[in-house]
Design a protein around this ligand. Sequence first.
Ligand code: UDP
Ligand code: MG
Length: 369
Amino acid sequence: MDGTAPSRDDLLSSAAVIVDQPTTPAPPEAPEDRVTFGLSAFDPRPSLMAPSIAPPTSTAPYVSVVVPGLNEADSLAELALRVDQALRGRFTYEFIFVDDGSTDDSWAVIAKIHAENPLVKGIRLRKNFGKATALTAGFRKAKGDVVVTMDADLQDDPADLPSFIAKVQEGLDVVVGWKVNRLDPTNRLVLSRIFNGTVRSLTGVKLHDMNCGFKAYRREVLRTFPIYGDLFRFIPALAAWQGFRVTEIPVRHHARKYGTSRYGLERILRGFFDLLSVLFLTRYSKKPMHLFGLIGLVFTAVGLLINAYLTFLWFFGHKIGDRPLLLLGVLMILLGIQLFSMGFIGEFLAFQMQQRHQTDELPVREEIE
Ligand code: UDP
Ligand code: MG
């Protein structure tokens, strides 16, 4: 398998096989008797209800390896070969390459590899949407009981795949790779340390590298959350919050063989925003009033105190109309009421979502009947 592009006809014939029809089933009907607050016409977008992973089929492989890639044509052949060497004869598997709008030969190369090994499949996004969207597209197509994600650049070592699968077979739900000897530029290492330390202390999930691209999931985990934006980086935190068993295993890590990192340092900044979202989602998404209500209460109370003090002065004949403090008091009361209202809207939305999801699976691990 070399990296040269096949002819156009080769491509056209194999590309037709590669792109599957969407397999997402229609969302389940909402129960008839749910309380709707007179909003029965309100219907969230169907995509919100769609499972993040394809339904299993009788011919489904045991393992799905999902690989997002942007301009990784040079490494794909070697990667597919080494994944095959690691898994063939041990597990049934599929290799799903998601081409995230590459401008190099990646798609042609994957079509060529597919012709030789039909277990290698491809999805091509219309343009570069980022790793999150690429992974989501891969998850939708993945049919395996175990879904492994790995980078396309050969920095993750396919020889580690069996250890990931073994952990899932042991009963763990999410297995995160820990790059013990990480071979990336020093500035990346330092920033990543700081980031991971913050994530560890704020989420309480003790992982060395939550952001590692090399991870394995029991398919149930991916069915549980809608994965959007860049939140996929925090799936271990979200999963732990839902009671899934999360662990990490040491993995080998190699320096990038071809090209440079597809990311700049702005990723860290965005990571912190995502961290804030995750903290909010895991702590308050079911009870937003506990956050907004509390802050609203503090603001309103301070505002009322200030204005009570000014009213007191006013009764004793002081002029208060030109006091900046009056402005502050009024502002605090208004902000407090606004925060309260946000809390109510949040509660209302949380309640609505709860109603819609009543028929969904409960977080039950096992049952005795
Ligand atoms: N990647 C992608 N879309 C993007 C950026 C990156 O699919 O917009 C892929 C990339 O091809 C690689 C993986 O995500 O397979 C990790 O990217 P990279 O190796 O550049 O990140 P690093 O290893 O430096 O963290
Ligand atoms: Mg890399």
